[in-house]
Design a protein around this ligand. Structure first.
Ligand SMILES: C[S@@+](CC[C@H](N)C(=O)[O-])C[C@H]1O[C@@H](n2cnc3c(N)ncnc32)[C@H](O)[C@@H]1O
Length: 251
């Protein structure tokens, strides 16, 4: 398959963000966020052991490490070399045996199949989400599950009502001590890239649930309301109109 015309720009954007994301993930490992995510994932995986799991867009490897420490066999992929370097560092730091691969999700054609394919805050950035979800379906064992954590992070870029809600929320959040974690120019670059991505223009998780079922997934279930405890008061205000969701789609 020929590479998407913006693929290099997309990778470079995440390469530039890798150090910042690594700090965010370091803080997640060091605080009660680790136990909170551990509880969220254990709950979704219903205490099942030794699953073969693919973490898509692992970034600095937070889910990869967490799932490996829960006793699962983890493969973690990411298209950004700088993120992959951080994922290797964290796997080593936490003494986890994770197969880490630098690849774009659309290119990845493993010989293995998986019980679970999971991702956090990645699908909004997919330039071909339909092809990605079709790949996931092919890579899952029968009865396997795709678990997609994400939010309508960028709907404010395409929907004027959302833009107004977000503007007000941002003002209020800043009053409450919220600090953006990337520099203004990087946020603007992220917004420009988001405008080239299809999921900026649809309302989720409804779009995903419908698409996943049309691809062939048997059941989809959406979980919400788990994110507020993960946020600082400022982040709670900023994100109140774009709560996180977890879609569980079963093959
Ligand atoms: C916001 S970060 C999330 C990282 C990690 N999942 C987490 O929650 O800490 C998004 C990640 O997705 C990766 N990514 C974006 N598009 C990708 C693609 N098409 N194939 C593989 N990785 C991708 C980026 O390189 C980046 O590391």
């Amino acid at each position: 398959m020929t590479e998407h015309k913006l693929a290099q720009q997309y990778r470079e954007y995440w390469d530039k963000g890798a150090a910042v994301y690594d700090e965010i993930v370091d803080a997640e490992f060091a605080t009660d966020k680790y136990e909170q995510w551990n509880a969220i994932l254990s709950n979704l995986l219903s205490g099942k052991k030794n699953l073969n799991i693919l973490d898509v867009g692992t970034g600095p490897g937070f889910f990869g490490v967490l799932l490996s420490r829960m006793g699962h066999q983890v493969t973690a992929i990411d298209s950004s070399p700088e993120m992959v370097a951080r994922a290797h560092k964290n796997a080593q730091k936490y003494n986890c045996d994770i197969k880490i691969i630098k690849t774009d999700i659309i290119e990845y054609k493993p010989e293995d199949t998986f019980d679970i394919i999971i991702s956090r805050n990645v699908t909004w950035f997919l330039y071909n989400p339909v092809a990605a979800y079709q790949n996931w379906y092919e890579m899952l064992n029968d009865g396997g599950q795709a678990i997609i954590f994400d939010a309508n992070w960028n709907l404010f870029l395409s929907d004027p009502q959302e833009a107004e809600l977000f503007r007000k929320a941002k003002e209020e959040a800043i009053e409450q001590g919220y600090l953006p974690y990337r520099e203004e120019k990087d946020i603007e670059e992220g917004d420009q890239l988001a405008l080239t991505l299809p999921l900026t223009y649809v309302r989720r998780p409804g779009w995903d649930s419908e698409m996943l079922r049309s691809i062939g997934f048997n059941k989809t279930h959406v979980h919400q309301g788990f994110d507020t405890e993960l946020y600082t008061p400022g982040e709670q205000v900023l994100n109140r109109h774009r709560p996180m969701f977890a879609i569980v789609a079963e093959k």
